[in-house]
Ligand binder design. Sequence first.
Ligand code: GRF
Length: 201
Amino acid sequence: MKVGVMASGRGSNFQAIIDSIASGESPDVEIAQLVVNKSNAYAVKRAKKNKIKCNYVDSAAITREEFDKEVIKIMEASEVEIIVLAGFMRILSPLFIKKYKNKILNIHPSLLPSFPGANAHKDALQYGAKISGCTVHLVDENIDSGPIIMQASVEINENESEESLSKKILFHEHKLLPKALQLMCSNKISLEGRQVIITAD
Ligand code: GRF
Protein backbone atom coordinates (compact mmCIF):
# COMPACT_ATOMS: atom_id res chain seq x y z
CA MET A 1 0.00 0.00 0.00
CA LYS A 2 1.30 3.45 -0.89
CA VAL A 3 2.26 5.53 2.14
CA GLY A 4 2.96 9.25 2.40
CA VAL A 5 5.19 10.33 5.29
CA MET A 6 5.14 13.82 6.78
CA ALA A 7 8.07 15.04 8.86
CA SER A 8 9.51 18.27 10.22
CA GLY A 9 12.99 17.33 11.40
CA ARG A 10 15.45 14.55 12.07
CA GLY A 11 13.30 11.79 10.57
CA SER A 12 14.61 8.85 12.58
CA ASN A 13 11.12 7.33 12.59
CA PHE A 14 10.98 7.80 8.82
CA GLN A 15 14.32 5.94 8.68
CA ALA A 16 12.91 3.15 10.86
CA ILE A 17 10.15 2.60 8.28
CA ILE A 18 12.69 2.61 5.42
CA ASP A 19 14.82 0.06 7.30
CA SER A 20 11.89 -2.15 8.11
CA ILE A 21 10.91 -2.30 4.42
CA ALA A 22 14.52 -3.07 3.46
CA SER A 23 14.71 -5.92 5.97
CA GLY A 24 11.49 -7.51 4.68
CA GLU A 25 9.53 -6.86 7.88
CA SER A 26 7.04 -4.54 6.16
CA PRO A 27 6.18 -6.31 2.90
CA ASP A 28 2.94 -4.39 2.39
CA VAL A 29 4.41 -0.92 2.92
CA GLU A 30 5.65 1.24 0.06
CA ILE A 31 6.82 4.77 0.83
CA ALA A 32 5.57 6.78 -2.16
CA GLN A 33 6.16 10.30 -0.87
CA LEU A 34 7.77 12.41 1.83
CA VAL A 35 6.47 15.90 2.60
CA VAL A 36 8.39 18.23 4.91
CA ASN A 37 7.40 21.66 6.16
CA LYS A 38 10.96 22.69 7.06
CA SER A 39 13.48 23.10 4.26
CA ASN A 40 16.37 22.00 6.50
CA ALA A 41 14.67 18.83 7.80
CA TYR A 42 17.22 16.01 7.91
CA ALA A 43 14.44 13.69 6.70
CA VAL A 44 14.99 15.20 3.23
CA LYS A 45 18.53 13.76 3.11
CA ARG A 46 17.17 10.34 4.07
CA ALA A 47 14.60 10.53 1.27
CA LYS A 48 17.24 11.48 -1.29
CA LYS A 49 19.55 8.70 -0.19
CA ASN A 50 16.73 6.18 -0.57
CA LYS A 51 15.35 7.66 -3.82
CA ILE A 52 12.02 8.54 -2.22
CA LYS A 53 10.01 11.40 -3.77
CA CYS A 54 10.20 14.43 -1.49
CA ASN A 55 8.42 17.78 -1.51
CA TYR A 56 8.89 20.79 0.73
CA VAL A 57 5.86 22.94 1.46
CA ASP A 58 6.64 26.07 3.47
CA SER A 59 4.05 26.06 6.25
CA ALA A 60 5.13 29.49 7.51
CA ALA A 61 4.09 31.29 4.36
CA ILE A 62 0.48 30.07 4.01
CA THR A 63 -2.64 29.33 6.07
CA ARG A 64 -3.26 25.93 7.64
CA GLU A 65 -5.88 25.05 5.03
CA GLU A 66 -3.77 26.23 2.12
CA PHE A 67 -0.89 24.12 3.41
CA ASP A 68 -3.10 21.06 3.81
CA LYS A 69 -4.60 21.48 0.32
CA GLU A 70 -1.13 21.66 -1.14
CA VAL A 71 -0.10 18.49 0.70
CA ILE A 72 -3.27 16.67 -0.44
CA LYS A 73 -2.40 17.55 -4.06
CA ILE A 74 1.09 16.10 -3.62
CA MET A 75 -0.17 12.96 -1.88
CA GLU A 76 -2.84 12.41 -4.54
CA ALA A 77 -0.30 12.77 -7.33
CA SER A 78 1.70 9.99 -5.66
CA GLU A 79 -1.46 7.87 -5.16
CA VAL A 80 -0.95 7.78 -1.41
CA GLU A 81 -3.56 5.88 0.64
CA ILE A 82 -2.07 6.02 4.15
CA ILE A 83 -0.42 8.99 5.84
CA VAL A 84 2.21 8.69 8.57
CA LEU A 85 3.11 11.64 10.78
CA ALA A 86 6.70 10.92 11.77
CA GLY A 87 7.75 13.87 13.87
CA PHE A 88 5.50 16.24 11.96
CA MET A 89 5.19 19.26 14.24
CA ARG A 90 2.12 20.95 12.89
CA ILE A 91 -1.60 20.58 13.50
CA LEU A 92 -3.62 19.39 10.52
CA SER A 93 -6.93 21.02 9.56
CA PRO A 94 -10.30 19.19 9.73
CA LEU A 95 -10.19 19.23 5.92
CA PHE A 96 -7.10 17.02 5.90
CA ILE A 97 -8.36 14.72 8.68
CA LYS A 98 -11.65 14.21 6.82
CA LYS A 99 -9.90 13.48 3.53
CA TYR A 100 -7.82 10.70 5.14
CA LYS A 101 -10.30 9.61 7.82
CA ASN A 102 -8.80 6.79 9.94
CA LYS A 103 -5.92 6.58 7.49
CA ILE A 104 -3.47 8.82 9.36
CA LEU A 105 -1.01 7.36 11.88
CA ASN A 106 0.93 9.39 14.41
CA ILE A 107 3.74 8.43 16.78
CA HIS A 108 3.75 10.26 20.11
CA PRO A 109 6.42 9.96 22.84
CA SER A 110 4.19 9.30 25.85
CA LEU A 111 1.56 6.83 26.99
CA LEU A 112 -1.53 8.67 25.76
CA PRO A 113 -3.86 10.01 27.02
CA SER A 114 -1.14 11.18 29.43
CA PHE A 115 1.07 14.04 28.27
CA PRO A 116 -0.24 14.99 24.83
CA GLY A 117 1.30 17.97 23.01
CA ALA A 118 4.76 19.06 22.01
CA ASN A 119 6.59 18.62 25.37
CA ALA A 120 5.73 15.06 26.30
CA HIS A 121 9.08 14.11 27.88
CA LYS A 122 9.36 17.30 29.93
CA ASP A 123 5.73 17.03 31.04
CA ALA A 124 6.15 13.41 32.17
CA LEU A 125 9.28 14.29 34.18
CA GLN A 126 7.74 17.38 35.75
CA TYR A 127 4.63 15.46 36.72
CA GLY A 128 6.76 12.85 38.46
CA ALA A 129 5.49 9.92 36.40
CA LYS A 130 7.29 6.63 37.06
CA ILE A 131 6.45 5.13 33.69
CA SER A 132 6.19 6.67 30.24
CA GLY A 133 6.53 5.33 26.71
CA CYS A 134 5.18 5.85 23.23
CA THR A 135 1.89 5.51 21.42
CA VAL A 136 0.99 4.91 17.79
CA HIS A 137 -2.53 6.14 17.18
CA LEU A 138 -4.95 7.12 14.47
CA VAL A 139 -5.31 10.86 14.08
CA ASP A 140 -8.64 12.54 14.70
CA GLU A 141 -9.68 16.21 14.90
CA ASN A 142 -8.11 16.74 18.34
CA ILE A 143 -4.48 16.75 19.40
CA ASP A 144 -2.99 13.31 20.19
CA SER A 145 -6.46 11.96 20.98
CA GLY A 146 -7.31 9.37 18.31
CA PRO A 147 -7.79 5.59 18.76
CA ILE A 148 -4.69 3.84 20.11
CA ILE A 149 -3.11 1.16 17.91
CA MET A 150 -0.04 0.21 19.96
CA GLN A 151 1.91 1.34 23.00
CA ALA A 152 5.23 0.48 24.63
CA SER A 153 6.33 1.52 28.10
CA VAL A 154 9.64 2.50 29.71
CA GLU A 155 10.53 3.13 33.34
CA ILE A 156 11.46 6.62 34.45
CA ASN A 157 14.48 6.43 36.76
CA GLU A 158 15.33 8.79 39.62
CA ASN A 159 17.94 10.74 37.71
CA GLU A 160 16.18 10.69 34.37
CA SER A 161 16.77 13.68 32.07
CA GLU A 162 14.68 14.74 29.09
CA GLU A 163 17.51 13.54 26.89
CA SER A 164 17.84 10.09 28.45
CA LEU A 165 14.07 9.58 28.54
CA SER A 166 13.69 10.61 24.93
CA LYS A 167 16.48 8.20 23.89
CA LYS A 168 14.88 5.29 25.76
CA ILE A 169 11.47 6.01 24.26
CA LEU A 170 12.83 6.53 20.74
CA PHE A 171 14.20 2.98 20.75
CA HIS A 172 10.62 1.72 21.13
CA GLU A 173 9.18 4.24 18.65
CA HIS A 174 11.42 2.80 15.96
CA LYS A 175 9.99 -0.67 16.54
CA LEU A 176 6.37 0.27 17.10
CA LEU A 177 5.72 2.61 14.19
CA PRO A 178 6.83 0.24 11.38
CA LYS A 179 4.91 -2.60 13.06
CA ALA A 180 1.68 -0.59 13.28
CA LEU A 181 2.13 0.65 9.71
CA GLN A 182 2.58 -2.89 8.38
CA LEU A 183 -0.64 -3.92 10.18
CA MET A 184 -2.45 -0.95 8.65
CA CYS A 185 -1.14 -1.63 5.14
CA SER A 186 -2.10 -5.31 5.33
CA ASN A 187 -5.66 -4.35 6.32
CA LYS A 188 -5.34 -5.91 9.77
CA ILE A 189 -6.65 -2.89 11.63
CA SER A 190 -10.33 -2.15 12.15
CA LEU A 191 -12.31 0.08 14.48
CA GLU A 192 -15.18 -0.56 16.87
CA GLY A 193 -16.00 2.80 18.37
CA ARG A 194 -12.60 4.00 19.50
CA GLN A 195 -11.30 0.48 20.07
CA VAL A 196 -8.69 -0.62 17.56
CA ILE A 197 -9.10 -4.29 16.67
CA ILE A 198 -6.02 -6.03 15.31
CA THR A 199 -6.72 -9.15 13.27
CA ALA A 200 -4.33 -12.00 14.00
CA ASP A 201 -2.48 -13.72 11.13
C1 GRF B 1 9.62 11.55 18.03
O1 GRF B 1 9.92 11.52 19.39
C2 GRF B 1 8.12 11.42 17.83
O2 GRF B 1 7.51 10.62 18.78
C3 GRF B 1 7.65 12.83 17.97
O3 GRF B 1 8.65 13.62 17.38
C4 GRF B 1 9.89 12.92 17.41
C5 GRF B 1 10.38 12.82 16.00
O4 GRF B 1 11.63 12.24 15.87
N1 GRF B 1 6.33 12.99 17.39
P1 GRF B 1 12.19 11.85 14.44
O5 GRF B 1 12.09 13.11 13.57
O6 GRF B 1 11.36 10.73 13.88
O7 GRF B 1 13.60 11.45 14.65
